[in-house]
Write a protein that binds this ligand. Structure first.
Ligand SMILES: [Mn+2]
Length: 321
C-alpha cells in the first residue's frame, strides 16, 4: 500500500498538540487527522470551501480552549490531567489524480491508528471524508454503531455516478460488515433525501430523529437506540446544529439541534460507549464571519467528547484501566 507522503504539516497544531505527520513515528492514544477533500462532484468547485476547515479549526484553538490545564466546566475537570498521549497527524489532501489510491491510503493509515488502540478525531472536509474513515472500522475488531448528526440523511447511492461524495456517507456505511447499526439525528427541511432514500434507511434499520422530535422529546429516545457498551463512531455534519450556533455551512437550515442538547448526549454516550472515532465535517470557513463561531463550536464539541471519554466515568478511561 502506497502511504500518504508527505502528510501536510499544519501551520498550527490542534490545541498546540505535538505534530507527527509520519504515523510510523508516533505512539499516542488520541490521534487527530485533517482530511481536506473527498471524491468531488462535477458540479462543485474543487477544492471546495470545506477543504479549509481543518486549518481554520486549528487556528481557533485558543478561542475554544486557551489552556487545557484550566478547569473546564463542560469536562468537569481539566483536560490536561485526564488526556493521554495525543498527536496531531496533520492533513491529507487529494491532488485531483487517482481518487481510489488517495482513499485507500487514508483507510490504511486509519487502520493503523485503530490497530494501535487509539481514539481518532477527524477534521473534514466535506461529508465525503467520512467514507475512507469508516472503511477502516474493520480494524476495531468489534461491531460499531454510528451516531450521525446532520440536517440531511446522506443516503444517496451516487450523485452523477460519484459514489463517495458528501451525499452518500451513511448509505456507504450501511454496506460495511463492521457497522452494526446507526442513529441519525437533527434531520429537517429538504433533508437531501428522496422518498427512496428514506425507505432504504428505514429498511436497513437506521433510527431517524428529526430535529423537531429532539426539541419535543429530548435526548432520551436517541440514547435508547444506541446499544449500551457498543463501540460508537460519531459523525457530525455542522449543519445538523442550528445555524445560529454553527452558521458557516453550505446549507444553513433553521430548526437545528443546539449545543445544549448535543453536549449532554455526547457526554452520556462517551461514558456508556467507547467512541472509537469521530469526525466533524462541512464547515465552510469563508462564511464563519462572526468570531469564527462555527470553528469554536467544533472545537468545543471535540473537547466535550475527549473530556467525557477520558475523564471520570469515561468509557476510554475504563477500558484503559
Ligand atoms: Mn452530511
Amino acid at each position: 500500500m502506497k502511504d500518504l507522503q508527505p502528510t501536510i504539516r499544519p501551520d498550527r497544531a490542534f490545541l498546540d498538540w505535538p505534530v507527527a505527520t509520519d504515523a510510523a513515528g508516533w505512539n499516542a492514544e488520541v490521534a487527530l487527522l485533517g482530511i481536506r477533500h473527498s471524491e468531488p462532484y462535477a458540479h462543485d468547485p474543487f477544492p471546495n470551501d470545506q477543504a479549509m476547515a481543518p486549518a481554520a479549526i486549528r487556528a481557533m484553538s485558543a478561542s475554544f480552549c486557551y489552556d487545557t490545564a484550566h478547569w473546564d466546566f463542560d469536562v468537569g475537570g481539566d483536560l490536561a490531567s485526564c488526556l493521554p498521549a495525543h498527536v496531531d497527524m496533520g492533513d491529507v489532501a487529494f491532488d485531483g489524480g487517482d481518487y481510489d489510491a488517495y482513499a485507500a491510503a487514508i483507510t490504511a493509515r486509519i487502520r493503523r491508528v485503530w490497530r494501535q488502540g487509539a481514539q481518532l478525531i477527524v477534521l473534514g472536509g466535506d461529508h465525503g471524508v467520512t467514507i475512507p474513515v469508516v472503511d477502516a472500522l474493520d480494524a476495531i475488531g468489534e461491531p460499531v454503531h454510528i451516531l450521525h448528526v446532520d440536517a440531511h440523511l446522506d443516503w444517496r447511492e451516487d450523485v452523477g455516478g460519484v459514489r463517495r461524495g458528501y451525499s452518500s456517507p451513511l448509505q456507504w456505511a450501511s454496506k460495511l460488515p463492521a457497522v452494526s447499526g446507526m442513529t441519525q439525528i437533527g434531520l429537517r427541511g429538504i433533508g437531501s433525501a428522496r422518498q427512496r432514500e428514506v425507505k432504504a434507511a428505514r429498511a436497513y434499520g437506521s433510527r431517524l430523529f428529526s430535529a423537531e422530535q429532539i426539541h419535543a422529546d429530548g435526548i432520551g429516545p436517541v440514547l435508547a437506540t444506541i446499544p449500551e457498551g457498543r463501540a460508537v463512531y460519531l459523525t457530525i455534519d455542522a449543519d445538523g446544529l442550528d445555524p445560529t450556533e454553527m452558521p458557516a455551512v453550505m446549507a444553513p437550515t433553521p430548526g437545528g439541534i443546539y449545543f445544549r442538547q448535543l453536549a449532554p448526549l455526547l457526554r452520556t454516550v462517551a461514558r456508556r460507549n467507547r467512541i472509537v472515532g469521530m469526525d466533524i465535517v462541512e464547515i465552510a470557513p469563508s462564511y464563519d464571519f462572526v468570531n469564527g463561531l462555527t470553528c469554536v463550536g467544533a472545537g468545543r464539541i471535540i473537547l466535550n467528547v475527549l473530556g467525557a471519554s477520558w475523564g471520570e466515568g469515561g468509557a476510554w478511561r475504563r477500558a484503559r484501566n
